[in-house]
Design a protein around this ligand. Structure first.
Ligand code: HEC
Length: 476
């Protein structure tokens, strides 16, 4: 309804002041007598009336209708340079929005909010700028002071189980490599990934990652059923590991146009939600469970998947990708469109021998600090030894070997600080790899590379995620 130029010509200074300040009065009052004035009071009223049912405080979403104007600006959900591209406006009009196309969101609402966004100061809060460096960081999760020459990007995440609500990123590059620094909050480090556990009757079994979900329930219902407000993914019945993933669009034949505007949500499909994003479990019918995949043949997203127990000790971030996939009801379909680059995955289970775990670590015993050890350190457990262990004994279940070929393209290591309760991770990847199909190639330093981030807090799949795409740019 209001073109930005018209608004600017009728007193931009005054309106900018009104818009950029936090105006949290009664959202139903109309101070200037005009409900179409692009002031925050009117914007807030429009957002509350159409969006509060799914975006209230506590909904786990990044966008919350009670956000004030400053919080919205800093969330990265609004883009003052091109208001119409703001995800706050594109999401309620998009079929790939978790809430679908929001019928009550009118053209007037959209024009009002677009006009308001156009008046906001143009801070580019979704862009991560990689700075050229002569001092390559050591990939050890220690984060040397060289990183301080970079500008941090704070990326909001929501949904899922994570204690973190954001991930802070920094980036550097040199002639050979891109370097990333990521930092996120976690109230507890988790490394008891599916150990063997001895039962009271003397039998052994591999502990499940989590209490089994009910087919057809979603993550929210699962969490409500397993503790509600007291839900704790670090509880003793959860046997998994901390993970983090970064997904990149690729820019060759496999580029995913939708990723540029909606980010990770383009790959998230829940059959119970018309294949729009959603979180439904189903262990019986794989074609009824939410999965990650792409809907156009040939499309590829590059996925860097860090796994504390399986890869951190070898400073590897698993180089994987997301591809085209057609939902089928097939027991082999559990991974949907998730696939791995060529090479050895770098880990295997501690095999069963006479119904009990075969190995322990020769140097670290049954339970190494991070519940895994290198295969070169295997020591046989004898039947007599296994029989003599007390009930409740846990024996680690992950044995690592080197990751090879393209799968080893991404080097990364994270360190947990138990006092600050934060993970610090450093990542290194060649700007250009030999896997041009499944890896993003940072070959054009003038391009903006879109990416998204997810945190898995002792979660197999129930990750928190960014609702908007971020851009990596290179400062020449
Ligand atoms: C019926 C529930 C529902 C309604 C109503 C709804 N949304 Fe959403 N929205 C979702 C879900 C679920 C997601 C997460 C999946 C995704 O990113 O699409 C989401 C994600 C978003 C995101 C990405 C950031 C985030 O919080 O994850 C934005 C922005 C957004 N919605 C805007 C809106 C706006 C604006 C309205 C009102 C005009 C609205 N939504 C109404 C369910 C809803």
């Amino acid at each position: 309804m209001y073109a930005n130029s018209t608004l600017r010509s009728i007193g931009a200074g005054l309106l900018l002041l009104a818009a950029a300040c936090t105006v949290d009065k009664d959202p139903h009052s109309v101070p200037n007598g005009n409900e179409n004035d692009p002031i925050f009071t009117n914007v807030s009223a429009a957002l509350v009336s159409s969006c509060v049912s799914c975006h209230s405080a506590g909904s786990g979403r990044t966008f919350i209708t009670s956000m004030d104007s400053a919080a919205l600006l800093n969330s990265g959900l609004v883009n003052p340079s091109t208001p119409a591209t703001s995800s706050l406006l594109t999401k309620p009009r998009s079929a790939s929005h978790g809430g679908g196309i929001v019928a009550s969101w009118t053209a007037r609402d959209s024009a009002l909010v677009a006009a308001w966004i156009g008046l906001l100061p143009n801070v580019n809060v979704t862009t991560l700028t990689a700075v050229k460096t002569d001092f390559a960081p050591v990939i050890d999760g220690m984060g040397e002071s060289t990183w301080l020459q970079t500008q941090p990007l704070n990326m909001s995440i929501g949904g899922g189980w994570a204690a973190a609500t954001s991930v802070t990123a920094r980036a550097m590059y040199d002639d050979g490599y891109l370097y990333l620094y990521l930092r996120w909050y976690d109230n507890q480090a988790s490394y008891r990934r599916n150990p063997w556990v001895k039962a009271a009757d003397g039998s052994w079994a591999v502990a499940a990652s989590k209490p089994a979900p009910i087919n057809g329930e979603n993550w929210g219902a699962y969490m409500a059923r397993n503790g509600g407000a007291a839900f704790n993914p670090e509880g003793s019945q959860f046997y998994y590991e901390d993970k983090l993933a970064v997904i990149w669009n690729t820019y060759g034949a496999g580029t995913v146009p939708g990723f540029e505007t909606v980010g990770c949500a383009v790959a998230c499909h829940d059959p119970t939600n018309n294949r729009n994003p959603g979180t439904t479990y189903n262990a019986v019918r794989q074609d009824s469970a939410a999965k990650k995949y792409l809907t156009v043949s040939g499309q590829i997203l590059d996925m860097w998947h860090w796994k504390l127990v399986r890869h951190n000790m070898n400073a590897i971030v698993d180089d994987q990708y997301v591809r085209y996939w057609l939902p089928v009801n097939d027991a082999t379909a559990a991974n949907g469109g998730r696939a791995s680059d060529a090479g050895d995955q770098g880990y295997g289970s501690n095999p069963s021998l006479n119904g009990r775990p075969r190995y322990k670590s020769a140097t670290q015993g049954y339970r190494p600090a991070i519940y895994s050890w290198p295969g070169t350190d295997n020591a046989e457990i004898t039947d007599a030894e296994a029989a003599g262990l007390p009930a409740g004994t846990e024996v680690a279940n992950m044995i690592t070997v080197p990751v090879t070929l393209s799968r080893a393209d991404v080097m990364g290591k994270a360190v947990y600080d138990p006092v600050l309760k934060v993970w610090t991770m450093e990542i290194r990847r060649r700007l250009v790899t030999t896997d041009a199909t499944n890896d993003v190639q940072f070959s054009d330093l003038n391009r903006a590379y879109k990416f998204g981030v997810a945190v898995f807090d002792n979660a197999q799949i129930e990750h928190s995620y960014s609702g908007v795409p971020f851009s990596l740019v290179f400062r020449r």
